[in-house]
Design a protein around this ligand. Structure first.
Ligand code: ADP
Ligand code: ZN
Length: 738
């Protein structure tokens, strides 16, 4: 019998693959197939990375059982993972583990099961429609006219299952199971379901510039919010689909709103698949099969979507490319933008990065001539850009409102806007009721016993919560140190502002949107619908509100507390603040009414704030200034960084481990040029969930030198036995400081 020796990547923290024998003649086309093997007395699923020479002799190798007859992991994904493993210093087998959907990781079959959908079960005539009051029910009936729709799609388009169930109860629709087959290529005829709007001159030029090019090239579409970037993507995507190729669209989780989904579902006749946190494991696998077999033309998803094999990949779009959610902060610490660009290079297809506030890294790459920048300077659809106004908090009277985040002037403004029936959006990036609780007598501040973190006061169900480890404590009655019962809440959060607003504006409808008040997509939809229907005029929220949503009647946006983000020791703080403020401001005046943006501050002379409100100063101007500073200080993107990270439940153990490593590093570090390493330091938050965190920061002006150096560090660690309870990691291109 012929057999083949293969190399298998396993989910183990080891930088090597393992040789096994397969009792069958297989070829290179089996690279990427899953196998079942025995490793250290347990059964594991691995992926074939190399197919060796035929082997008739009896080398004592263990046998591997082939799970897949054909590899569904495409070549470009394998190459991208190999690159990623090398670049991020993370074992290839573990990279595969992150890249595969759970069901495949566990050995499940690469095949569809039945897919639940809704279809009409009678003719919907005017008589029936007259009897239906709910707009959503009518919309569903209307959508179903063209055929069955997957329940997953209806959910993504913002419909509640209760709305669907009501229609089922009325016997107007029924649940069916769609039976999909693999490899049913989508049709390239009649790609469009609706006629797109006439593109404006700027858009046309952007579309043309990208379309001219079907080879690898990175484009940055730098367009202000509302300039029609998404419309540009849609037009370019249409062109790619017509050629029978598929498209990967990466977006931050937070922008995967029904509005985003709707634009894709509404525009194209081509099946659209998705990857996001609200999918079940089964649904994720279905999307994976859709793309790998070419059934769907478009995959919209969050960062992990970058690992999905896509038949005939023709374009990658990364919307909001500056967004930090593209970076994974544990296990395989990759940046989806970096991997996506590498994937496009392997595939020889274009990549579009889109943002109103591009990252400094991306801008720098444009200046270096590596990426081409396309600017969209005007709002599409005629909306004008909002005016900015500062409220100098030092001049405001100390009112009850001021203590809860709202100056007198701002309160007046909110009153004026809402009296006109216009809507306002208040932005505060701090959830909870109060920032912390302090004892009036001895000054004791309540902190988390598990973390070096102050506890946030939450009033609903009377509790204190750690926003790092999420542990909840019942609110204390007295100080544990001096037993005094006078405890003060200091610093306001969204919950407190919300309570105050309710007292102050009892009849305008207020929607608080943050992680505590909104825990499901449905709850978010219900709130946003009340805003869209004009039932609520004030929206108060965190990050959740900053992106992705389009509120045509919001005429005023206010930043309640920008000051707390100005003074931060992370060198990226200014960049992040500029991005956040520009994004939040972009929510104002999206419709026909002119918008304004109000910023409350105690630091009226702050340079960044003044640049941000200056109509002559664009985000790019600000970014250029920040780049200048980075250059002077030789900070990224003018240098490259990596963290060597370690933590343990025993403080000394973590510190000693890293100190020893640091000593070893010193013996070879001089072999690398332009490399600077810090001593072993505590993380900003040393204790997190009862584990103690230390790090060494490495900075190097040469990317290759850094990579080689890190490989030697990793090898050094591999040569020793890492004591138990030590967690060690290398993080390349960090986007936050430890
Ligand atoms: P961005 O992605 O840059 O925020 P969008 O593509 O969402 O911008 O466009 C903003 C708004 O303008 C949307 O409501 C969109 O439908 C509309 N729009 C975009 N392009 C055009 C156009 N050429 N003509 C008319 N309306 C447009
Ligand atoms: Zn904690």
């Amino acid at each position: 019998m012929t057999s083949t020796i293969v190399n298998v990547a396993l989910n183990r923290p080891l930088f090597k693959e393992f040789a096994y024998v397969i009792n069958k003649e297989i070829s290179d086309s089996h690279i990427g197939c899953r196998v079942k093997v025995n490793f250290a007395n347990s059964t594991m699923i691995g992926v074939i990375t190399k197919v060796g020479v035929k082997n008739n002799s009896s080398i004592k190798l263990k046998e591997a059982t082939l799970i897949d007859e054909q590899s569904f992991i495409t070549d470009d994904v394998i190459k991208m993972l190999e690159f990623g493993s090398n670049y991020y210093q993370y074992p290839l087998g573990q990279c595969f583990n992150v890249a595969l959907p759970k069901l495949l990781r566990e050995g499940g079959a690469f095949s569809y099961e039945k897919i639940p959908a809704l279809q009409l079960c009678c003719n919907i005539d005017g008589e029936i429609l007259k009897k239906i009051k709910s707009d959503d029910q009518k919309r569903i009936l209307d959508l179903l006219k063209t055929g069955p729709i997957q329940r997953k799609e209806l959910r993504e388009r913002g419909f509640l299952s209760s709305t669907e169930n009501a229609l089922i109860k009325k016997k107007l629709v029924e649940i069916i199971n769609i039976e999909k087959k693999e490899n049913e290529a989508f049709s390239t005829e009649n790609i469009l379901k609706e006629t797109p709007p006439q593109a404006n001159t700027e858009q046309l030029s952007a579309i043309y510039t990208v379309q001219k090019n079907s080879d690898f090239k990175v484009f940055l579409i730098n367009g202000i919010t509302g300039s029609g970037k998404t419309e540009v993507y849609l037009r370019i995507i249409e062109d790619v689909l017509k050629k029978g190729k598929s498209v990967l669209v990466l977006v931050p989780e937070i922008s995967l709103t029904p509005q985003t989904f709707d634009r894709f579902y509404r525009r194209f006749n081509v099946p659209v698949s998705s990857v996001h946190s609200a999918l079940s494991d089964r649904e994720r696998l279905d999307s994976y099969i859709d793309m790998a077999t070419g059934n769907s033309g478009i995959l919209i998803g969050t960062r992990t979507a970058v690992f999905t094999p896509i038949k005939n990949l023709g374009l990658i779009v990364i919307d909001e490319e500056h967004d930090s959610s593209f970076k994974q902060n544990d296990t395989f610490r990759y940046h989806a933008r970096t991997l996506a660009i590498m994937r496009a290079k392997i595939n020889n297809c274009p990549v579009i990065l889109g943002s109103a506030t591009p990252s400094l890294e991306t801008l720098f790459n444009c200046y270096k001539g590596l990426y081409s920048r396309i600017d969209l300077k005007y709002r599409a659809g005629g909306a004008s850009y909002p005016d900015f106004e500062l409220i100098d908090l030092t001049k405001e009277p100390v009112t009850e409102g001021l203590n809860k985040g709202l100056s007198q002037t701002l309160e007046d403004r909110i009153g004026e806007e809402t009296a006109k029936g216009d809507q306002v959006l208040l932005f505060l990036n701090r959830r909870g009721y109060a920032h912390h609780l302090v004892c009036h007598l001895c000054g004791h501040v309540f902190t988390c016993p598990n973390c070096d973190n102050i506890l946030t006061v939450h009033k609903t169900n009377h509790r204190l919560q750690c926003h790092i480890c999420d542990t909840i404590f019942t609110a204390p009655e007295k100080c544990p140190v001096c037993e005094n019962t006078q405890l003060f809440e200091q610093g306001f959060g969204t919950e407190q502002v919300n309570d105050y607003l309710k007292d102050r504006y009892p009849d305008v409808g207020i929607e608080r949107i943050d992680r505590d008040s909104v825990t499901t997509k449905n709850q978010l939809e219900i709130r946003l619908n009340r805003v869209r229907d004009g039932k609520s005029l004030i929206m108060l929220g965190t990050q959740m509100l900053a992106k992705g949503h389009d509120f045509p009647n919001v005429t005023m946006v206010a930043m309640l507390d920008i000051d707390s983000s100005l003074f931060c020791d992370d060198f990226r703080a200014m960049e992040n603040t500029a991005q956040l403020l520009t994004q939040v401001a972009g929510r104002a005046g999206r419709g026909t009414k002119k918008g304004k943006v109000i910023i409350q501050t105690h630091h009226i002379d702050n340079e960044l704030i003044n640049d941000l409100i200056n109509p002559q100063c664009s985000y790019i101007d600000i970014a250029n200034k920040l780049l200048e500073t980075r250059k002077k200080l030789s900070l990224p993107p003018y240098s490259y960084q990596a963290f060597i990270l370690c933590n343990s439940s025993i403080r000394n153990k973590a510190f000693n481990f890293l100190s020893n490593l640091s000593d070893k590093i010193k013996t070879f570090k001089d072999n690398y040029s332009n490399l600077v390493i810090t001593p072993v330091m505590s993380d900003k938050m040393e204790k997190i969930q009862n584990r103690f965190h230390f790090h060494i920061l490495v900075t190097c002006t040469d990317r290759n030198e850094l990579r080689k150096f890190l490989t030697q560090v990793r090898n050094t660690v591999e040569e020793q036995t890492v004591p138990n309870d030590i967690r060690f990691a290398i993080e390349v291109d960090p986007i936050a400081m430890y």
